[in-house]
Structures are given as structure tokens and as C-alpha cells.
Design a protein around this ligand. Structure first.
Ligand SMILES: [Zn+2]
Ligand SMILES: [Zn+2]
Length: 279
């Protein structure tokens, strides 16, 4: 059994891989379910003049994600017709849902979507976590804000699965080698998990960290266990690959972690509803 529910194509600004190559690789791997989930940042959905964030020279400080969104979703719908044998799911990675509710409402009403990944890549009025020099920041304060925002997202989730929780550690621990005591945030994370579970939403095991300096999944086993303790029942697994050659990577490890945390099933979403696969 192999699934991959978090992948990007060249419609995402940070990928160069044509959708065709991604799909052909998914077929080659004989995936039971395969989701394409290109980036769409809700707080950058419209043109720059709709937002107050100061302009920077970062290459991903871009707007008009509505164009990325429409191009990706319509291309996936066409691909579904072209590759009827593949269990291809029309997904989107929806960033910062609460920062532009007008954009989020457009996404929520889009019946073409099978699957929505909810993520948080930046805090309001701050650069993307990828572009912060953490040595200049109060990391404890920043992480507390990050998890508080995650908890807020989980209270009224507009998504199916919560993406790569603890993803900030990719940069703080993985790249800038600053050690973080995660026990400090356990209570607020538990609160977020409680809301996720109550709302019947999933938690993602994101295996991209296994391929990076971080060397672990987002989040790690102890937090997947905590999700279960808080009543969580649905797990999704994704590689977050931006290249065809990374599809399916780490999924076997992700399944092992889900099992160790006590999950007997993982899920994929079709028409926004979970379908369970026995592990
Ligand atoms: Zn992401
Ligand atoms: Zn992603």
C-alpha cells in the first residue's frame, strides 16, 4: 500500500516539475491514492494592493495566487480525465486561511476540490518562516505565536488535514541548528489537536523532514501520539515532494510512525470526505 497526499507541480512557485512528470511517476509507483496539492496562500490570493504587508525582495514575496490556484485546479481536473485509472485527487495546500476570509470562502465553495491541506507558512505582517534569521528573533515568542495561530486555525477548520505541524523546526533546528524544547508548547498543541479531533479533521504526517537536515517527520511520533490521546482519528501521509523523484519518499516510515502511535488506518480524501485504508 502506498499513497502520497501532499505533492507540488510547476504551478507552485517553488517547483519546476511539470504536472505530467509527477503523474507519470505516481503511476509508475502504482500509488493507491495520489493528491496534487499546489500552493495557494490565502493572504496573497489577490493583488498586492489588497494587503498591508511590506514589500521585500524575497523571490516568493508574490501575490495573485488566484491565478496559480485556477491554473492548478483546472489542470488536475483535465488530468483526471486523461488518466482515469489513477486515483488522482484534486487538492490544494491552502496557507493562512484566516488571514483572508474572502479568498478562503472562494476555495470552500469550489466543488472541484477533493482535498484541502491547511498550512501556516507565515504569521500576519511577518515574512515566510523560510526567510527569517532566527538568531535575530525571540524564538520562544515566535513559536508560541505560531502554535497559537495553529490552534486558531483548528477551531473552525476549513481544511481536511493540518499540514506539517512544527514545520518551522525545518529552519530553526534543521538549518540554523538552534535546539528547541517542544515541551513548552505541548499544552497549546494539545488544545489544537482537541479542536481538530472534535471537528473530525485529520493530522498530516509530512515526511519531507526525513529528506532534509531536520531528519524527522513533521510532526514527530510523540505529537502523533498526542493527537490520538486528544481523540484524533484521521491521519493523512504526504511526502511534500516538489520533484517527481521525491514522490512516495518516506511514506513507508510515515506509515510505521502512524502504527506506532496506535493508528490502524490512514485516510485519503475524495470530494472532501475521508476514505480509510488499513495500515
Ligand atoms: Zn507547506
Ligand atoms: Zn507543500
Amino acid at each position: 500500500m502506498l499513497i502520497d497526499l501532499h505533492t507540488h507541480t510547476s504551478f507552485s512557485p517553488d517547483s519546476d516539475e511539470p504536472m505530467k512528470n509527477m503523474i507519470e511517476r505516481a503511476i509508475e509507483l502504482n500509488l493507491d491514492a495520489y493528491a496534487i496539492t499546489d500552493h495557494c496562500e490565502a493572504d496573497r490570493f489577490f493583488s498586492r494592493d489588497n494587503y498591508k504587508r511590506p514589500q521585500t525582495d524575497h523571490e516568493y514575496d508574490i501575490y495573485n495566487y488566484n491565478i496559480v490556484y485556477e491554473n492548478s485546479v483546472s489542470a488536475i481536473c483535465k488530468a483526471k480525465e486523461l488518466y482515469p485509472k489513477l486515483n488522482l485527487l484534486c487538492g490544494i495546500e491552502w496557507g493562512q486561511a484566516l488571514y483572508d476570509m474572502k479568498a478562503t470562502e472562494i476555495m470552500c465553495n469550489d466543488k472541484r476540490l477533493d482535498f484541502v491541506i491547511g498550512s501556516l507558512h507565515e504569521l500576519e505582517d511577518m515574512p515566510d518562516f523560510a526567510f527569517i534569521d532566527y538568531s535575530q528573533f525571540d524564538i520562544d515568542n515566535l513559536l508560541r505565536k505560531y502554535f497559537e495561530e495553529i490552534a486558531r486555525l483548528c477551531e473552525k477548520p476549513v481544511f481536511d488535514t493540518l499540514a506539517h505541524l512544527t514545520y518551522t523546526l525545518r529552519y530553526i533546528e534543521g538549518e540554523q541548528k538552534i535546539k528547541v524544547d517542544m515541551n513548552r508548547y505541548k499544552d497549546i498543541i494539545a488544545q489544537a489537536f482537541k479542536s481538530l479531533a472534535y471537528n473530525g479533521r485529520a493530522l498530516e504526517i509530512n515526511t519531507s523532514g526525513l529528506r532534509q537536515g531536520y531528519g524527522k517527520t513533521f510532526p514527530t511520533l510523540d505529537f502523533i501520539k498526542l493527537f490520538k490521546e486528544m481523540g484524533g482519528e484521521i491521519i493523512t501521509i504526504g511526502s511534500d515532494s516538489h520533484r517527481a523523484c521525491d514522490i512516495g519518499k518516506g511514506i513507508a516510515e510515515g506509515i510505521e510512525i502512524a502504527k506506532q502511535a496506535g493508528f490502524r488506518y490512514c485516510a485519503y480524501f475524495k470530494e472532501r470526505k475521508p476514505n480509510f485504508i488499513k495500515l
